[in-house]
Design a protein around this ligand. Structure first.
Ligand code: HAM
Length: 414
């Protein structure tokens, strides 16, 4: 028996209504905040992620699904995230000449070869939003407000916003030197990857998952102590905006994010009670990425939230799945002729947009009625020889136990 690949998920019809509900909320909130949907390919040139996400990040070094294309000697990767692709598309389609800001959202699957556990899979689903062309703290507040509004509309509580600033290209060099000197004094204890990171990209030393490195990282210098005046001002205005909007947050110097493109504001929404993989949403500003990927300089900020983790949080809080749709009508039939008529009438009613069912598996009349009850049909209608001859039958309201006589060829559902 062939089974699904480790770390992938099947979503069966009893669970899809919950996914759809969440996706609908996400789409509606994105629309209210003025975001248009963007769809980009599932796979891209590997170089896009190496340059965009960063070739010393765990995501690129250890987690990407990369293969060589069949007809060209080109390295291709399944997307591990959405931001780099959105930026590529924006540059490729010349969107930078449009009036700013540009606001895009996406609902996509992403792929990362991580150790599967609750809330962490190798194919996972993200709702993401990206805003380009605004460097104001109000843009940061808008993005955080959008993410919060999704959680609020889903009825989720127990989610804390963790906020930090990791500085800009002006203050980063000082911070970088402080990190190099701190981790340099622990060099011998670091894992091999981190020894390389010490030379190439010291900021990534802060998110190494190995126990020794992460213990050492706890004592590392904090970005907040190295911010330039502009970055401090940006961060202070953002916190004032969030205060004014009534969005609670904690300033958390430990939030540095695992991807290379971030500048200034970074944030994560962390949910209670869903285990170790508790970051339901992560994002931040990335003012250098558009230029890094070949566009002209363009400030940007965005976030992505993981659908599976949102579902875990909904379940942990006992928020019920939406009730599945039930048929308006079940047409039961006795005998071959009546079965044919049931199928024809069912099709006529479905063309009017109604959810109607009839028997397809040859159940007895008694079993058909039992089944109609089980699936919770609002109405039933029984077809036998008499009904076929008179072209009339009784439409039974299952809730009120009342019935009305209808013309088989013309009736519609109340
Ligand atoms: P990220 O933090 O790598 O950021 O992922 C965003 C969210 O995706 C996480 O907070 C988590 O909810 C979900 N997620 C990540 N990996 C997994 C996994 N293996 N299984 C299940 N869920 C997962 C980004 O991807 C950035 N592109 C976000 C962003 C957009 N920053 C700016 N714009």
């Amino acid at each position: 028996m062939i089974q699904k690949i480790k770390g992938t998920i099947d979503v069966l019809p009893d669970e899809t209504p919950l996914y759809r509900k969440i996706e609908t909320v996400m789409r509606e909130e994105a629309k209210n905040y003025g975001f248009g949907e963007i769809r980009t390919p599932t796979f891209e040139n590997t170089e896009l992620f190496e340059r965009g996400v960063g070739d010393t990040t765990d995501v690129v070094q250890k987690e990407m699904y990369t293969f060589v294309d069949r007809d060209e000697n080109r390295r291709i990767s399944l997307r591990p995230e959405g931001t780099a692709s959105v930026v590529r598309a924006l540059i490729e389609h010349g969107c930078q000449s449009e009036p700013m800001p540009l606001k895009y959202y996406y609902l996509i699957s992403c792929f990362r070869h991580e150790a599967p556990q609750a809330g962490r899979s190798r194919e996972f689903f993200q709702f993401g939003a990206e805003l380009f062309g605004a460097d104001s703290p109000a843009a940061d507040a808008t993005m955080i407000a959008l993410a919060s509004s999704v959680f609020r509309r889903l009825g989720l509580s127990g989610i804390t916003l963790h906020l930090n600033s990791i500085g800009c290209k002006n203050c980063r060099p000082n911070y970088r030197s402080a990190l190099v000197s701190y981790f340099g004094s622990h060099r011998e204890q670091l894992c091999d990857t981190c020894k390389t990171r010490l030379e190439k990209n010291p900021l990534r030393l802060l998110d190494c998952k190995s126990p020794i490195c992460s213990e050492i990282a706890k004592g590392a210098p904090k970005t907040v102590d190295y911010l330039c005046e502009d970055c401090k001002k940006h961060f202070n205005t953002l916190t004032r905006l969030l205060d004014g909007m009534g969005i609670a947050y904690v300033v958390d110097p430990a939030i540095v994010r695992g991807l290379d493109y971030y500048t200034r504001t970074v944030f994560e929404f962390i949910a209670d009670g869903i285990g170790a993989q508790s970051t339901v949403c992560g994002g931040g500003r990335y003012d250098g990425l558009v230029e890094e990927l070949g566009g002209s300089p363009l400030p940007a900020i965005g976030f992505a939230m993981g659908l599976t983790r949102v579902i875990l949080a909904l379940r942990a809080q006992g928020i019920a799945d939406p009730t599945p749709d039930v048929p308006r009508l079940y047409i039961a039939a006795l005998g071959d002729e009546a079965s044919v008529a049931a199928s024809v009438i069912t099709e006529r009613l479905r063309r009017t947009g109604a959810f109607v069912e009839c028997d397809l598996v040859g159940r007895s009349l008694k079993a058909q009625m039992k089944y109609a009850n089980k699936i919770g049909a609002d109405y039933t209608l029984i077809l036998g020889d008499n009904e076929l001859a008179s072209r009339r039958a009784f439409l039974r309201d299952m809730k009120n136990s009342t019935q009305t006589e209808v013309d088989l060829d013309t009736f519609t559902l109340p």
